[in-house]
Structures are given as C-alpha cells and as structure tokens.
Design a protein around this ligand. Structure first.
Ligand code: LLP
Length: 419
C-alpha cells in the first residue's frame, strides 16, 4: 500500500486512532466546524515552501526575486501570506491587482501579465504603480502609452515565445511556436525597438513562460537559452511552471533541482549583473492543501461509485486537464481491506469524476474523504455549476484553524440578480 500520507501537506500525520491531522488540526474536527467540502491549507507548510523558494533562488543568484503567480490561489489570505514571506506577486488582470493590493503587497513588487489586457486593466496598473507590466503585443504598448502620464515611464518586460514544447497537457502549454502568448523572437525584437524609443516606457527586460505542470527541468533551461538570443537587458523574468506531485507515481523535481537547471542556464546565457525573477504558482501551493469531502452515496454495480458532496465545482483539474489525484477515507488510510472505486462528484455530468480508480477502505455514507494536493488552481476555478456554493478555505496551523474564505451562501448565488 503506497504511502498516501506523503501526498498530504508536509507535517500531516495520522493520530493514534488513524484520524488525519493537517496543520495540527484533525480533519474530522475541521469538517464538523466548517462543514464539507472544505479546502484546508497547512499554513506552516505553505510558509516553509515560500521561504524555500526565496532561499534557494537567492543562494544561486543574489540579484533575484520570487513572485508568486497569484492565479494558482488568488485569495487575499494566500497572497498576504506569501507577501509576508518576502515574495512579490504576479497578477493576471484587474481582479488579481485588486486582491493583491488588498493583501498589502508593495505595488512595485507586482508583475502584470495577460495576453488581452483591457484599457481598464492597464489604467489600473499605471494608476497603482505596478512595478512591471509584461507586454504581450503591440496593442499593450499603445494602451500603456495612452495611460502613462507625461513625465513618467512605466517599466515593462516583453514576453517572448521561446519555441519550447514541454511535456504537459496541451491546454497549459504556453511557450511553443504558435502560442497565443507573447511574440516570436523577430516580432519581439521589433517591439523592443519601439519601446526603447518611447518616452513613456522603460524597457527593462524579457519575460518567458513555458507552461504549467512540467515535471522535467530541461524545458526551463532551453527557454533561457532561447531568450538570451534577443540581447542583454537588466531583468529577465523566467516564469513559473514547475510541476507538483499529485499521485503516488508522480516524481516532481525538488525546488533545488529545478533551480540548478534554471540558474545553470542563466549563468551560461544571461548577463551576470541581470536581475532574475521567477513566478512559481502551482509548485508553491499545490502540496500545501487538501480538500475534505463527505461521502453521500456508495453505489455498487458494474463499478463501485463513491459520490461526495463536491466535485467539479471545487476541482476542475480532472475534467479540464485529466489530472489524476489520489484519495483516502479519513481514519482508514492504513486499513488493509481496500476496494477499488471511482470517486465522483455531485454535478450533472459524467465528466465529474474526482478520482478514476483508487483503493478506499470500506467507503460508507457519512465518511469523510480527503483528496491531497488541491492547493493549486482548485480554489481559482471553483464555480457555481448546479448551484454549487463555492467552498470555504481554512488555514490550519499548530492545531488552530482559521476561516479565511467563507462558504458561499444561497443568498450569494442570487446577489448579482437585478430585480
Ligand atoms: N507565469 C505566467 C505568466 C503564467 O501564465 C503562469 C500560469 C504562471 C506564471 C504560473 O505557472 P505555474 O507555476 O502555476 O505552473 N488553469 C490551469 C493552469 C494554467 C496556468 C497558466 N499560467 C490549471 O488549472 O491547471
């Protein structure tokens, strides 16, 4: 029986009675207090991960910064936590600018991305003094030139397509030739010339992002070599994309291995005085959280379906990207008597599967079922399908639990209706 506990946030343990303990809090007590489903973040594990990223990067390249890709878990509590640990924030659009500012980030430490930024978003960025705007296209330059007041210069990066195809789901590939993000090197070079001549813009450097859930390190190094060909700049933002471990079989590169490859390539190809930025999202937060559901029905037939009180309303990773997760019945991880089941959600479509084939010990109505590694993009892509009330987020630390995002209410579901 593989070690299911190893997929839960670092520091998780089994109590004497077999109960799951995350952040020092028992999952059954969290479920009783906050209801189910509930997304539980092990706060100490998340802080440690943020510090690991900063320490390992600065040890390899002193003039460097880690900015958390907010999109992976864009609630203010998570943004605030990483800011407290000294990170900046990568934001993709107006909504994430607003939550980042609410989280108390220094705007100078924010990087704005987006392949289709609106006038409003560019205006917000300029108004609030966002540190770097990653220019994706020539229209971004038009918008910035219109928004930046005379006498000021907005620092910008230019997003370059490195022409690197990593081994991941095609929906989360971004650095391949033909990507909708950024500009091919020749077009980037032309735009750089224009930006360098602009009195409103300060051409700071280049940005590159290969994709997401990438479980080998070579594509990151290849991308560095590709952007280096565009010339020397003060800043290089090398993006995010490191994969997370979701399953027993996954082997995600540790942060030091990833940075050895990335910074090794930077040493080989980039100016020694340059500032380096990285933008981890998934690999920062995925392992720090778990979702706890309640089993609502067990149906035995051609398959054994174990249905829970959540699903694609709180975790779209499976339906959209075919991501595999593992799961366990809380209190019975270690029981030998396991039955192979399909864990499904409560939503009205057959694609609403949480785990397609996983051993569970005597699944029974009323049990709690825990799915590990739900920290990345699950909160983000939560939705109201079938009138789903988006689920709460709880920070657990040293045995104390604190609600940081409450569950939606039925009133919330109607709050945008115009009578
Ligand atoms: N920087 C940029 C410019 C990005 O577009 C992304 C992710 C990141 C950094 C962070 O990448 P990460 O370290 O998280 O791989 N909706 C998908 C994920 C899409 C990721 C998009 N960009 C999902 O739910 O899996």
């Amino acid at each position: 029986m593989p070690d299911l506990l190893s997929l839960f946030p670092p520091g998780s343990e089994l109590a004497e009675d077999g109960g799951l303990v995350v952040g020092g809090c028992r999952a059954d007590e969290l479920a009783a207090e906050f209801g189910t489903p509930v997304l539980v973040v092990a706060e100490a594990a998340l802080r440690a991960r943020a510090r690991e990223y900063v320490d390992e990067l600065t040890a390899r390249w002193a003039n460097s910064r880690v900015v958390f890709a907010s999109k992976a878990f864009p609630c203010t509590a998570v943004q605030r936590l990483v800011v407290e640990e000294g990170l900046g924030l990568d934001v993709a659009g107006g909504g994430e600018i607003v939550t980042a500012l609410k989280a108390g980030v220094d705007p100078a430490k924010v990087v704005l991305h987006g392949n289709a930024k609106s006038d409003e978003e560019v205006g917000l960025a300029v108004e609030h003094g966002i540190g770097l705007v990653a220019v994706d296209n020539a229209d971004d330059v038009d918008r910035l030139e219109a928004a930046v007041p005379a006498g000021r210069r907005q620092p910008v990066l230019v997003r370059v397509i490195p022409g690197v195809t990593a081994d991941t789901h095609s929906h989360v590939l971004t650095g391949h030739e033909g990507s909708k993000f950024g500009l091919a090197p020749a077009a980037a070079a032309e735009l750089i010339t224009r930006i360098e001549a602009s009195p409103r813009l300060d051409m700071r450097g280049l940005h590159v992002h290969v994709g997401s859930q990438i479980l080998d390190v070579e594509p990151f190094a290849e991308a560095v070599a590709a952007v280096a060909a565009l010339g020397e700049f003060p800043t290089y933002d090398l993006g995010g994309g490191l994969g997370a471990r979701y399953t027993w079989a996954d082997q995600a590169p540790p942060v030091p291995d990833y940075l050895d490859a990335l910074i090794g390539a930077a040493r080989a190809h980039l100016p020694a005085a340059a500032e380096l930025i990285i933008e981890p999202g998934r690999s920062m937060v995925a392992a720090a959280a778990t979702t706890v559901y309640r089993v609502t029905t067990v149906k035995r037939g051609a398959h054994t379906f174990v249905a829970v009180d959540g699903g694609m309303g709180d975790n779209l990773e499976v339906a959209l990207y075919g991501q595999r997760f593992e799961a366990g019945i809380v209190g019975r991880f270690d029981e030998p008597d396991q039955e192979r089941v399909i864990v499904v959600g409560r939503h009205c479509e057959s694609g609403d599967v949480l785990v397609d084939g996983v051993p569970l010990a005597r699944p029974t109505v009323g049990d709690l079922l825990a799915v590990p590694a739900t920290g990345a993009y699950c909160y983000t892509m939560g939705n109201n399908y079938n009138g789903n009330r988006r689920i709460p987020v709880v920070f657990a630390r040293d045995g104390n639990a604190r609600l940081v995002v409450r569950r939606e209410t039925y009133a919330d579901l109607m709050s945008r209706d115009v009578p």
